[in-house]
Write a protein that binds this ligand. Structure first.
Ligand SMILES: *Cc1c(COP(=O)(O)O)cnc(C)c1O
Length: 727
């Protein structure tokens, strides 16, 4: 039972609290507007956080809204829409899979979720993918519940010092002001659970986040019951200390499955988003065995209902733990499953040092279904993991692929939605609900080019204003010197071709590839009449000094006299800046070392907003590029290679010969018509193919339905019987 929150709202606006606590409001602009209208200043100051806004906005503003007839009308309309959304029993899922409507949900496990600014539970792409997955499942009515962590130190605010070195300022999340609720027992006590059979005892409590119709439960070890050294197991993402990481994964997998039982939630199948939660499979086996099932049968049953999604195309990116370390925590657990050796064997991988347990190997051996996150990544994963199946031919490795997608309503600009609406709602009024269908988009060409271009210019200005605003703030808070204020983008020119590059600063992403030939790029940024300018953003992992060095190089370039005013760096990249960038720059650049970008998603976010992708052939772009929706380079190269010179030269040539001329080929009215045609093609092709809707449909068709049916056929109601027992 989630706690009731008392918000002290006017009687006729009580529903605002429901909207604030359900992230449904975050992807419905009309709901966002309700909050903004109460007090635009407070809305901005709270970084669009409705809970904080309702708690801190001046009372008079709320009272004034409650007495305004127009406001109340809007409020009622939004509340009605919200109620319909939450209550409606028909959905894409019920319409297409009526025979499955009685099955219990899928349990989705992920160590990170990128959902909203006030919930900093993500490091990067993996988290946003998980967040978008949940939102889309809610929209489509997929029965799904999710498990994750409540990271109390989730947020590392990025500050770049005068020398260009990244420093992190830790900011604890304010639980009061986040859209999360504690879970209580029916008799009003805080739920405290213990990770079963792990020694020493680890206790945790639970929080709930509502994402439309989907519930996400967050595990939190920061409670008095724990020994001091265990209180902060869940305090921050991905500890670089191995033992702490093992403890996290024990809590997420074993604790997560235990939590579902304690909450009385039955589920049919498990979807592991990356290997961090793979111990969930183990705990499920143990639960079946506890119910009297023999080990082998329990393993088979769990396998038939387990889907594992891998995201990491480099061997070093997979978690491994020394077995001596595991033994320290698992002794009592081994006794329960009675098969220490057999269990540890499932985590062995011939490419690891002996006596290590590999979480991905364990996840792959434990699941009937597994996939990579783009076609190319599927291939790479099959090649990488073929030793597990003892085959030479990677085609025989049972790992499929589903290419990632992004939640359209979250990432597309609402004003662009309005513009598209005018053009295509005549033939398809409900197009937003069918945006993954090709024919919906036939009329996109009827959007007046001038209007689309004008909107794009407006969104570019909004980005530039946002950058100025951020620098104004850090200046008044004495956090920035003059040089960094200027390199923060104040001097960018809105009429200049603007290229954006924003993502984590991992070395393989090569943020500084564009600086390979410094003279050549200098010529481009200073070219008379047709210059280019660059905006960079992104954080390096706190322990990644190589990444920090690349960041430093770019930061210094942005402050050097030759590049000043033409290269900008935005500090503290997160979900909000990402939105401004993917909606406001002209070109989205991506040049990782192939094939290390498993999929990539920021380019999809740019593409659906008409921001043209200019990317190396890797990840999703190998499939997404169609010759008319952006530019592609780095074709036909051997599997893994790193030839920065060749890549940079090709990149420069395309910029000089194709992109720059096309952008500046503007007619008398200032509109580059050919460019705008490409923008439309980008929106159309990428919205149909790379939205989370297409992705979730594939997950349902390829994996969820078979797993749900396997669960159903075998009448595995073991769960619900066992729900009555507790450890
Ligand atoms: C989408 C997104 C990412 C992932 O981008 P990639 O292209 O996969 O690197 C990372 N961070 C933020 C804030 C995002 O919005």
């Amino acid at each position: 039972m989630a706690s009731e929150i008392n918000m002290d709202l006017p009687e006729n606006l009580k529903g605002l609290s429901d909207l604030a606590f359900n992230l449904w409001s975050s992807w419905h602009p009309e709901a966002q507007r309700l909050f903004k209208q109460i007090n635009a200043r407070a809305w901005k100051e709270t970084a669009h956080n409705p809970v904080k806004m309702l708690r801190t906005a001046p009372r008079v503003a709320l009272v004034r809204a409650s007495e305004n007839a127009d406001y109340i009308n809007n409020y009622k309309a939004v509340m009605a829409r919200y109620a319909r959304y939450m209550q409606t029993k028909t959905s894409w899922f019920t319409e297409n899979y009526s025979h499955c409507h009685k099955t219990t949900p899928i349990a989705y496990f992920s160590a990170e979720y990128g959902l909203q600014h006030s919930l900093p539970f993500y490091a990067g792409g993996l988290g946003f993918l998980a967040g978008d997955h949940l939102k889309e499942c809610s929209d489509m009515g997929i029965p799904l519940i999710a498990i994750g962590f409540m990271y109390s130190d989730g947020y590392l605010r990025q500050i770049i010092n005068a020398d260009g070195w990244q420093e992190g300022v830790e900011e604890k999340i304010n639980r009061e002001n986040a859209p999360i609720k504690r879970i209580y027992t029916d008799d009003g006590k805080l739920i405290i659970l213990k990770v079963p059979y792990i020694e020493p005892d680890i206790y945790f409590t639970l929080w709930n986040v509502e994402i439309g119709r989907v519930n996400l439960y967050l595990l939190d070890t920061d409670i008095r019951e724990n020994a001091p050294e265990y209180r902060n197991i869940t305090s921050r993402l991905y500890s670089s200390e191995n033992e702490r990481r093992l403890l996290q994964e024990i809590v997420l997998g074993i604790g997560g499955v235990h939590a579902l039982r304690a909450l009385g939630i039955s589920y049919s199948a498990i979807h592991l988003n990356e290997g961090h939660a793979a111990f969930a499979a183990l705990e499920r086996v143990r639960q079946y065995m506890e119910g009297g099932m023999p080990c082998e049968q329990a393993r088979a049953e769990v396998e038939q209902t387990l889907l594992f999604t891998t995201h990491t195309p480099v061997p070093a990116g997979h978690d491994t733990f020394p077995i001596w370390m595991m033994d320290r925590f698992f002794n009592k657990y081994y006794e329960q499953i009675g098969a220490r050796e057999a269990f540890l064997d499932l985590g062995r991988h011939s490419e690891d040092p002996p006596d290590y347990f590999n979480m991905t190997a364990f996840a792959l051996r434990s699941s009937a279904y597994a996939n990579g996150v783009s076609q190319k990544h599927g291939e790479v994963a099959r090649e990488m993991w073929k030793p597990l199946w003892n085959v030479n031919d990677a085609r025989h490795v049972p790992i499929g692929s589903i290419t990632n997608g992004v939640h359209l309503p979250t990432w597309i600009n609402p004003r662009l939605v309005a513009l598209i609406d005018v053009a295509i709602s005549r033939t398809c009024p409900d197009w937003l609900q069918h945006h993954d269908e090709e024919n919906v988009w036939n009329l996109i060409r009827t959007i007046p080019d001038e209007d689309l271009w004008e909107l794009h210019q407006t969104l570019k200005m909004k980005l530039f204003n946002r950058m100025r605003e951020a620098k104004r703030r850090s200046w008044v808070q004495h956090e920035a010197d003059t040089a960094s204020v200027l390199s923060g983008g104040l001097l960018l020119d809105p009429n200049v071709l603007t290229i954006g590059f924003a993502r984590r600063f991992s070395t393989y992403k090569r943020a500084d590839l564009i600086l390979y030939d410094i003279e050549r790029i200098k010529r481009m940024v200073t070219m008379p009449y047709k210059p280019v300018q660059f905006i960079f953003a992104g954080k390096a992992h706190p322990a990644d000094d190589d990444g920090k060095r690349i960041l430093q190089r770019i930061f210094k370039i942005s402050q050097s006299p030759e590049f000043a005013g033409r290269v900008a760096f935005i500090e503290d990249y997160g979900e909000q800046i990402a939105k401004y960038l993917v909606q406001g720059v002209d070109v989205w650049l991506n040049n990782p070392v192939p094939p290390l970008e498993a999929s990539g998603t920021s380019g999809m976010k740019a593409g659906i907003n008409g921001v043209l992708n200019f990317s190396i052939e890797d990840g999703w772009w190998l499939e997404g590029y169609n010759g008319k929706n952006g530019w592609s380079f780095g074709k036909n190269l051997p599997a893994i290679r790193r030839d920065d010179g060749a890549d940079a030269n090709e990149l420069y040539t395309i910029l000089e010969e194709k992109i720059i001329p096309l952008y500046y080929d503007q007619s008398f009215d200032g509109v580059p018509y050919e460019w705008v045609a490409m923008m439309k093609e980008s929106i159309r092709s990428i919205a149909t193919q790379y939205s989370a809707r297409r992705m979730v449909k594939e997950y349902v068709q390829n994996y969820y339905i078979p797993a749900l049916l396997a669960a159903h056929e075998k009448k595995m109601h073991v769960d619900s019987e066992q729900n009555n027992k507790t450890e």
